[in-house]
Write a protein that binds this ligand. Structure first.
Ligand SMILES: Nc1ncnc2c1ncn2[C@@H]1O[C@H](COP(=O)(O)O)[C@@H](O)[C@H]1OP(=O)(O)O
Ligand SMILES: [Mg+2]
Ligand SMILES: [Mg+2]
Ligand SMILES: [Mg+2]
Length: 304
């Protein structure tokens, strides 16, 4: 008997994210990024388009009745065999399926795909900030996620690593580390700041602030003890930016919410923009962090 669908979705997404990572590296190697501006500070490249095609075509072929939403809109499902991933990560399938999702049906799922998170940084040469994000939601909740880092250098020189998390199972693909005691480090945007966002950061006057690209990479910084909290007090990132990072972070015991401490919903009908920003933490009292940001600042985020 085949494994429950959530386990097969996770195992297939792990293999597919790795293939998308190869596409992203290949586009950069060829050198012509094919940049299109989708809006202010919102570039799209050949790598975003091709990686999304690979992911959506591969997952649709295997799971034709599961709803899949990708950042780059509708994708041509007719892809070359080379982009059609038929494998699934067999080692992931060794885990037991959490009882809660054992009987979940294809129509209960939404897959949120960000084929390349950190596009601005990709075009500017900060390639270590780039991740491929595949998030698995069951009804409203972000439950499973893959964060693949195509340009991560393994100790043996191999490029790329794949981090996964599934609530009720845990995480894999990295070594969790607690952030240093005795100081407070915030990771935040380097390309989408504004005055209101700065006001939220000002609520933590003694914090060290690291500015990096991508929602996936910032959550990796929490997981690897490089920061205590991720603060983004402005609309701009979308459900495909936060679904996978939220699931991985929460499978590791952290929390990812809007700036008011409320979880976003990830069903197929939600508004794509995360209007009330992002606040994520690991090893902290999350509601204390919410309370530190003045209520008037929190109210103003996404108000207009
Ligand atoms: N104003 C915005 N317009 C478009 N995308 C945004 C915006 N703000 C954030 N994002 C998305 O959220 C990610 C995290 O934001 P930041 O790096 O600024 O913290 C970005 O890499 C980008 O995803 P993507 O690169 O996939 O388009
Ligand atoms: Mg984008
Ligand atoms: Mg993104
Ligand atoms: Mg993207």
């Amino acid at each position: 008997m085949s494994a429950p669908i959530i386990m097969r979705l996770m195992a297939s997404s792990i293999s597919t994210a790795k293939r998308a990572g190869v596409i992203i590296r290949d586009v950069l190697k060829k050198g012509d990024l094919g940049i299109v501006d989708k809006g202010h500070n919102d570039p799209q490249t050949e790598a975003d388009r091709s990686a999304q095609q690979c992911i959506i075509a591969s997952l649709t072929k295997k799971f034709p009745t599961v709803k899949i939403i990708g950042e780059e809109g509708c994708s041509d499902l007719n892809v070359c065999d080379d982009w059609l991933v038929t494998e699934q990560d067999e080692s992931f399938l060794q885990h037991n399926c959490p009882a809660e999702w054992q009987d979940a049906k294809p129509e209960d799922f939404v897959i949120w795909v960000d084929p390349l998170d950190g596009t601005a940084e990709y075009t500017q040469g900060f390639v270590e900030h780039v991740t491929v994000l595949i998030g698995i939601a069951v009804k409203d909740a972000a439950v499973g996620g893959i964060i693949h880092q195509p340009f991560y250098k393994q100790p043996d020189g191999e490029l790329g690593r794949t981090i996964w998390g599934l609530k009720g199972v845990g995480t894999g693909g990295f070594t969790p580390k607690a952030a240093p005691a005795g100081k407070f480090i915030i990771t935040t945007t380097r390309s989408h700041s504004n005055a209101l966002h700065q006001q939220a950061l000002n609520a933590f006057p003694s914090a060290e602030v690291i500015k990096v690209g991508g929602a996936g990479f910032k959550v990796l910084q929490l997981l690897e003890g490089k920061a205590h909290a991720y603060v983004f007090a402005t609309p701009g990132c979308k459900k495909w930016d936060t679904c996978a990072p939220e699931a991985v972070l929460e499978a590791q015991g952290g929390t990812l919410t809007n700036i008011n401490g409320e979880h976003y919903a990830y069903n197929a009908d939600v508004e794509h923009v995360n209007k009330k920003g992002v606040l994520a933490s690991l090893g902290q009292n999350h509601s204390d962090l919410v309370e530190k940001i003045p209520a008037e600042v929190r109210q103003a985020v996404g108000a207009k």
